[in-house]
Design a protein. Structure first.
Length: 280
């Protein structure tokens, strides 16, 4: 038997790969209008015409298999469309202010070792939409798992939002992770976190309402605005957003892979996030 085939079969027999990424789809209403991806599909028939424009004298019906050419897609989207990894530059121009302030890293500067780690899934799906998690919420879940975070762990939260992907309600669903809860996780050696909601922070609609209420009281509370993201000013970190299938992954024991596409000087990069789960 071919040694490579033998190795592949051995690997597949002990490891299951779970896709944690959503597909980038055309016109789905789960983003604000300016962020909704647009995909233009070029069919094999259209591709044949494009190829005939390149090769003079081509008769597509005779010179191409079944008269068909290539298929191509043109995509218009933001770096925060689909499942993606936010770089510290997304949150602010600086990071690590609490220790040695430096220019915030863009997505191409993220250490690759950050993008592979032991996956810890915390179930916060029982939290109300718009709730902002605090450190004790994180500790309660970790205590239930009888687990202490370790350097290099990747912590992802499963919220109620994942079931609404593909609908406008997705933008309104799920809890967020507050500033202190985010820093609490980071201080334990974690550098990548993730959520199956639209944002690591609570949905904007809830934060806006709290902001308006604070204005009415004459004491505008700016600390509630994008607080989980802004934690990156104090400690540089990355966050995965718009994950899926976190409920299909064991809370402990799997390995997360989340390498971002390199886009020069960008605040984020698209990711095919995958959990490798060892079978017993």
């Amino acid at each position: 038997m071919n040694k490579n085939n033998s190795f592949s079969q051995a690997q597949s027999s002990v490891t299951e790969y779970i896709d944690l990424s959503i597909a980038i789809e055309n016109s789905l209403p789960s983003d604000p209008p300016f962020m909704i991806p647009r995909v233009r599909y070029t069919s094999h028939k259209e591709g044949a015409k494009e190829m005939s424009d390149i090769f003079d004298g081509m008769d597509t019906s005779k010179h191409l298999p079944d008269g068909k050419g290539w298929a191509v897609e043109s995509v218009a989207l933001t770096t925060h469309s689909g499942t993606h990894l936010d770089a510290p530059y997304h949150y602010a121009p600086v990071m690590n202010r609490s220790t040695h302030e430096q220019k915030a890293w863009t997505i191409g500067q993220i250490p690759l070792e950050w993008c592979v780690g032991h996956l810890v899934v915390l179930d916060l799906s029982d939290m109300p939409d718009g709730y902002v998690a605090v450190p004790s919420d994180i500790d309660i879940r970790l205590d239930k798992l009888d687990y202490k975070l370790k350097t290099g762990d990747i912590v992802c939260v499963h919220t109620s939002a994942s079931g609404y992907w593909g609908t406008p309600e997705y933008l309104l669903k799920g809890c967020g992770i507050g500033r202190e809860a985010t820093l609490h996780i980071l201080r334990q050696g974690v550098r990548v976190v993730g959520t199956d909601a639209w944002s690591w922070d609570a949905p904007f609609s809830y934060t806006v309402q709290k902001w308006k209420e604070s204005l009415k009281k004459g004491a505008p509370d700016s600390s509630i605005i994008w607080e989980g993201h802004f934690a990156g000013i104090e400690m540089g970190y990355c966050q995965l957003e718009k994950l899926t299938n976190l409920d299909k992954v064991p809370p402990l024991g799997s390995t997360m892979y989340c390498f971002p596409i390199k886009i020069k000087d960008a605040s984020a990069g698209w990711v095919r996030a995958v959990a490798a789960v060892r079978k017993k």
